[in-house]
Design a protein around this ligand. Structure first.
Ligand code: ADP
Length: 499
């Protein structure tokens, strides 16, 4: 039975094979071409009548031609449909002498008049071109890149990758990707890899885990890996981009070490300031005491000049004492941190007013709180110091009018916010930041002080996770604001705890 007998004689076989997308070439058992379609004509550049009856070897490049009849014979002995030259790159020869990369599917067809072989031929030129472009892109990438197939076999590795891991390309191609994974992660890797092939989305590998690579010499290094699924005619592949984090890790470590050193020296400095100001207090008291004694006991016997000098000495020692006291207060903020407790600010406020009684009476000040102040979490003595400094300043820096000072506080945007407002001399906006620096004073002559109070206030607020700032203008009074952290439970504290 001839091949035409299989079909309705009305069907034109040539017309059918002309509509399939592949080039088709059929040969008889002698290897002579008996049928071609028009795709084959245009693929090889021959007209049909130039091909029919000719040996198929005319389409095979010279270099491969000698072995071709042998391959044909071998196929005839076990003629199963299969891709021709599986595992090898195949080429066809065009009439103009150029070679074209091909993929050929080979099927035997038995008929009464003998066996025929049908080749379905795909032109791989475009695919090869794209593949070459892809390889060139990967090769020139400034990042180490490796591509694996579904089985985890390395099919592509760029120069950066070989340099990073210390292997040659030949040592990597065809090996499992696990060769680059440290031993202790190796057993889990194939599972994760298979799972990723199911996901098919670009993402970072091992989100939240520290990843490591291992070099040929056995050294490990931290890495970050980006994964990209790549679908091709030949199935799914995964392209991995690997970034060496060694440098970054070193930098982070150096930064951490520097920060620790800084913190350490800060603590040392605070301890020193604390101890020094503590130790200075008693000799200061002694000096102040003796100079005062000198003035009161021998003042009568001395002339006006000497009395003035003693006056100045007393003044200077008083200032120095205040300085040492304030410095001690300042360094205590960091040197003596105490566990946070519930602090009723109403109580603290009332105590502050009591402590400032003399100054209040002297300046005929009114000091009030607007409504109730909340109960907050904090270091009680630090918060007392904070109110003392702010309310004290509000009384001290008054103008012609007797001072009016009010404090208020409440929840704003999930945190506690407080305000201490006065009707005093006010502060030029250009100095609003500076006044919180240590030893920074604006009114040196007219008002006594050490320039430490607001610096201490800021440290205290910072230690409580808050901020402090001022709104003020000269002659318009000042309002100092500060915030304190309020944890969700702390939010209830001010209103009592509900069962
Ligand atoms: P001191 O009061 O000892 O000078 P502070 O650190 O408490 O130091 O204040 C720094 C400076 O800020 C003060 O010298 C003063 O000029 C200014 N200042 C502080 N509080 C007020 C206020 N309520 N009104 C006007 N000026 C103020």
């Amino acid at each position: 039975m001839g091949i035409r007998d299989l079909l309705d004689p009305a069907v034109d076989l040539a017309a059918i094979i002309d509509v399939v997308p592949n080039a088709i070439v059929m040969v008889d058992r002698e290897g002579r071409i008996v049928l071609v379609n028009s795709q084959a004509e245009s693929l090889f550049g021959y007209a049909r009548n130039e091909l029919l009856g000719e040996p198929v070897e005319m389409l095979v490049p010279f270099a491969l031609r000698g072995a071709h009849p042998h391959h044909r014979a071998a196929f005839e002995r076990s003629p199963k449909s299969r891709p021709m030259g599986a595992g090898r790159d195949l080429y066809g020869l065009r009439k103009d002498g150029s070679a074209i990369p091909l993929e050929i599917g080979l099927s035997p067809i038995r008929t009464e008049s003998g066996i025929y072989f049908v080749s379905a031929i795909v032109d791989l030129t475009e695919r090869k071109r794209l593949e070459a472009r892809f390889r060139a892109t990967v090769e020139s990438a400034p990042t180490a890149m490796v591509m694996i197939d579904q089985a985890g076999t390395i099919v592509l590795a760029n120069a950066e990758l070989t340099a990073l891991f210390g292997y040659t390309r030949d040592e990597l191609l065809g090996r499992k990707i696990e060769i680059l994974v440290p031993n202790r992660f190796r057993h889990a890797h194939p599972g994760l890899r298979t799972q990723y092939f199911g996901e098919r989305v670009a993402r970072r590998m091992g989100e939240g885990r520290d990843l490591f690579g291992i070099r040929k010499d056995g050294t490990e290094f931290p890495v970050e890996i980006g994964l990209n699924p790549i679908g091709t005619d030949e199935g799914m592949f995964v392209l991995g981009a690997i970034v060496d984090l060694t440098e970054r890790t070193h930098q982070a470590q150096a930064l951490r070490a520097a920060n620790e050193a800084l913190e350490h020296s800060n603590i040392e400095l605070q301890r020193f300031a604390y101890v020094a100001s503590h130790d200075l207090q008693s000799p200061m008291r002694t000096i102040a005491g003796f100079v005062e004694l000198l003035g009161s006991r021998y003042g009568e016997q001395l002339d006006a000049q000497a009395r003035d000098w003693i006056q100045r000495a007393v003044h200077a020692t008083k200032h120095l004492q205040a300085m040492v006291r304030d410095l001690l207060e300042y360094s205590r903020v960091d040197a003596n941190p105490r566990p946070f407790v519930r602090v009723a600010l109403d109580e603290v406020f009332d105590e502050t007013v009591a402590m400032l009684r003399a100054a209040i009476d002297e300046s005929r000040a009114t000091v009030v709180r607007e409504g109730n102040l909340p109960v907050v979490e904090g270091d009680r003595s630090q918060l007392a110091q904070l109110l003392l400094n702010l309310v004290g300043n509000a009384i001290k820096y008054h103008g012609e009018e007797p001072p009016r000072v009010s404090m208020s506080g409440g929840k704003v945007d999930g945190e506690w916010r407080f305000a201490v407002a006065d009707n005093g001399i006010g502060i030029d906006p250009r100095s609003h930041e500076k006044i919180f620096e240590i030893f920074r004073r604006l009114h040196t002559k007219e008002y006594p002080g050490t320039g430490i109070g607001l610096a201490a206030a800021r440290r205290i607020v910072q230690c409580h996770g808050g901020r402090i700032w001022v709104e003020s203008a000269p002659g318009r009074g000042s309002t100092f604001y500060f915030t304190l952290k309020s944890d969700p439970e702390g939010g209830q504290l001010g209103h009592g705890i509900h069962a």
